[in-house]
Design a protein around this ligand. Structure first.
Ligand code: 6PG
Length: 227
């Protein structure tokens, strides 16, 4: 599976934001059939990749009203907690999609969260259109970690994430694979080994084999050494 590689980007955050817009706009146009209610399903990462969202949201403007938005993963903490991905998205961008699907609600149990999110994702058609992903230095995306389970129906609860906090909700790899565009934004030297593994097709990494994957990075990945 080929990767659309954008290495040595001067401004990878801006480039990833533009890629998000470029993926969302045609999906919206394709749905503008007479009488149809356009609806593009997008899932956002937490962590540093989320910085692309406010830029994309500004560019999208009114098109936001045709988006259904969720997150590729969430930490099981109150939305007001500094580590909540949903809370962080709200803090960095005032823009709101027409519909938001939180992966975690305050005071919800993991079983309740899984049942609620699964049921809503089924209403969405059990598929996504566009994802914004980040990657950890260990090669994880969302809360899908090398050596751990990635499967399950649409969403799963993780109770022992190697990256804190330990309790998380994550979309499954199968669901991430339904997206027609996956935009991976990973910057900084700490991500080099994981990104080289991705380009080499290391099957231990959950991003390997994701269809329609575009990678945006400041790194020069033409060799293992620093640019
Ligand atoms: C999360 C993420 C996670 C993140 C990576 C990279 O909520 O933890 O969605 O998958 O994208 O851990 O995070 P950084 O870019 O901040 O290192």
């Amino acid at each position: 599976m080929s990767i659309d590689l954008h290495a040595r980007c001067d401004d990878p955050v801006e480039a990833a934001a533009q890629a998000l817009v470029d993926a969302i706009e045609p999906a919206l146009r394709a749905q503008r059939a007479p009488g149809a209610q356009p609806c593009v399903r997008i899932a956002l990462s937490g962590g540093s990749a989320s910085k692309a969202w406010p830029i994309a949201a500004r560019k999208l403007g009114e098109a936001l009203s045709a988006l259904r938005l969720t997150w590729v993963d969430e930490r099981c903490v109150p939305v007001a907690d500094a580590s909540s991905n949903r809370g962080a998205t709200h803090r960095i961008s005032p823009a709101r999609a027409a519909q938001e699907l939180p992966l975690w609600l305050d005071d919800e149990s993991p079983a309740e969260a899984v049942a609620r999110v699964r049921s809503e994702l089924r209403r969405w058609g059990a598929a996504l259109d566009v994802t914004l992903l980040g990657m950890g230095a260990d090669g994880h995306i969302a809360s899908l970690f090398p050596g751990r389970a990635w499967d399950g129906e649409l969403v799963r609860f993780v109770d022992d994430s190697p990256k804190p906090p330990p309790r998380r909700m994550t979309l499954t790899r199968d669901l991430l694979c339904t997206a027609r565009a996956s935009i991976l934004l990973a910057t900084g030297e700490s991500k080099r080994t994981a990104l080289m593994g991705l380009l080499a097709g290391d099957a231990r990494l959950p991003a390997v084999g994701l269809p329609h994957l575009s990678l945006f990075t400041d790194l020069d990945l033409s060799s293992g050494s620093q640019a």
